[in-house]
Ligand binder design. Structure first.
Ligand SMILES: [Zn+2]
Length: 80
């Protein structure tokens, strides 16, 4: 709806989202959705694009889940 209002008024919508920085793990990474920029004002890391942050976040997610699966298998091993 906000986007539609901006369209009607001929304004450029500027969407900023604060997320967790994959580099320093603080919720200080500002995603500039409109300009495809990502800058962390804690560790001052400037990502090339939002896509780069997504790739890093996917890798981190996979690592975390791979560990969980391994732990579950280990636990199963103890039970059997
Ligand atoms: Zn950071």
């Amino acid at each position: 709806m906000a986007k539609e209002i901006c369209d009607r008024q001929g304004l450029i919508i500027h969407i900023m989202v604060l997320v967790i920085c994959p580099h320093c793990d603080n919720k200080t990474l500002l995603l500039d959705v409109s300009n495809d920029n990502a800058y962390c004002y804690h560790c001052q890391k400037n990502y090339k694009s939002i896509g780069e942050v997504l790739i890093l976040e996917n890798e981190r997610w996979r690592r975390k889940h791979a560990k969980t699966v391994k732990e579950m298998e280990a636990r199963k091993g103890v039970v059997q």
